[in-house]
Write a protein that binds this ligand. Structure first.
Ligand code: GAP
Length: 440
């Protein structure tokens, strides 16, 4: 974990938040490479689950919603964690473990107060008056936007069941114990699909949809480059699920700090639509176009954390290995981020062998042309070996070297990140070569 945190800071993936003011506990900022990595995750997810499916549409709803939403969804009443205080050092923390009888992580004392429920929603005030009537909340999940807009989507797009509504964006939770880097923070991003299905007429009629989404989540994880040996599927027992769920499978990952949740899949029944219908007084029922039967659809919800996706993608991509140097038979250690090519924050690095003007002129023109199609980097500092190592460390799939021969043969050397093999490619064929090779 330390290696990832240090690489991420050194190379501009992730920085501690507000660092010049001594930091701000458990807040993290995404730097130039981090934001590319995060955007790649979000864009690929949207492509895979919205654009490439005929049964899912997207929305982007408000972060601060009418507070009645949170009354209806049950979050005001139920969305809480057990909070304990140490009677010795007064440290407050989340009571964990089966018996909730634990010791203080700060001083080790077992002299603790009885756990009380602490609501995790972030409160704010709308407008200048800080009184009760103006209280509002930052959303703790994106999902309620999909439920609240369900009728608008039905009316505007005439969808037939089953269909899904997808959304990605920020969520906020006043976590009692944030930590483990970007694993648990108070501000994070989610990618969620509310998949509306016909109300089951028989027991278990929802299960085929649940299984379909579990398979889709596995497909995504493979695409993200995650080794299936690092994953576990945990059926959450009765009494431990979120208040809205009749079945939940947590997908867990072997983090360096233990096996913990990565994503979740829940059967939310008609819990949310039913409560919104009661609270808002609006008819949120679906009318079956064939039978004219009216009913509330049920919901299967696959949910993905963006930040946890990025964390596990970095953990699985990190490799240390021996690499040959320019000297025959000599080897040196290299760190290489073996991201799937679609995920790599930089796709191509253009490296002129020398800073001489005749070379940099050709290399800069090449960079400009390639930058139309790919995210590129231009680097003319230090030895070529060091530049290769720098690109390996951020996971750039291809390095393109422009040398003096390039001026004669109008070709460049293309080096593959994983095999370190080099191909001589004509400049005019380079864009097609890269497009072809970056596909997989
Ligand atoms: N709509 C359902 C829902 O919000 P959740 O399991 O509470 O379910 C979904 O959250 C996902 O959001 C988690 O699987 C995780 O990936 C991510 N997540 C939740 N809390 C988080 C936090 N404090 N920091 C970072 N990611 C978090």
């Amino acid at each position: 974990m330390d290696k990832i945190v240090s690489l991420a800071k050194r190379r501009g993936f992730i920085f501690p938040g507000s660092e010049i003011y001594g930091g701000f506990a458990n807040s993290w900022d995404y730097g130039p490479l981090g934001v590319e990595l995060k955007n790649n995750i979000k864009n690929e997810w949207w492509k895979m689950f919205v654009h490439q499916r005929t049964d899912v549409v997207g929305v982007d709803t408000s972060l601060i919603m009418n507070p009645k939403v949170w009354e209806a969804s049950g979050h005001l009443k139920e969305f809480s964690d057990p909070l304990t205080e140490c009677k010795e050092c007064h440290h407050r923390f989340r009571a964990e473990g089966e018996t909730k009888q634990i010791f203080c992580p700060s001083c080790g004392s077992k002299n603790l107060t009885e756990a009380t429920q602490f609501n995790l929603m972030f409160k704010t005030f709308i407008g200048p008056a800080e009184d009760k009537a103006n209280i509002a909340y930052f959303r703790p999940e994106t999902a309620q936007g999909q439920f609240v807009d369900f009728k608008n989507i039905l009316d505007s797009s005439h969808r037939k069941l089953p269909f899904g509504i997808a959304q990605m964006g920020k969520a906020f939770r006043n976590e009692i114990t944030p930590g483990n880097y970007i694993f648990r923070t108070r501000e994070f991003e989610q990618m969620e699909i509310e998949y509306f299905i016909p109300a089951p007429k028989k027991d278990k009629e929802w299960e085929e949809y649940f299984d379909m989404w579990l398979d889709e989540m596995k497909r995504w994880l493979k695409h993200l480059g995650i080794n299936s040996k690092h994953l576990h599927f945990h059926d959450i027992p009765d009494g431990e699920r979120a208040h809205y769920s009749k079945r939940t499978v947590d997908i867990e990952y072997d983090y360096p700090f233990g096996q913990k949740e990565l994503y979740g899949l829940a059967y939310r029944t008609d819990f949310d639509l039913k409560n919104h219908m009661t609270k808002s007084g609006q008819d949120l029922q679906y009318t079956d176009p064939e039978t004219n039967e009216k009913y509330l659809p049920h919901v299967i919800e696959p949910t993905w954390g963006v930040d946890r996706s990025l964390l596990v993608a970095m953990l699985d991509a990190y490799h240390e290995e021996d690499a040959p140097t320019a000297k025959e038979g000599e080897k040196e250690a290299r760190v290489v981020m073996k991201f799937p090519k679609w995920l790599a924050p930089v796709k191509v690095a253009v490296l002129p062998l020398s800073k001489k003007e005749e070379l940099s002129k050709v290399a800069k023109k090449l960079y400009k042309n390639l930058a139309e199609d790919f995210i590129c980097e231009y680097d003319e500092t230090q030895s070529i070996g060091k530049r290769y190592r720098r690109q390996d460390e951020i996971g750039t799939p291809y390095c393109v070297t422009v040398d003096f021969e390039s001026l004669e043969d109008k070709a460049v050397t293309v080096r593959d990140r994983d095999t370190m093999k080099q191909d001589r490619i004509k400049i005019e064929e380079l864009a097609d070569y890269l497009k072809e090779n970056l596909k997989n």
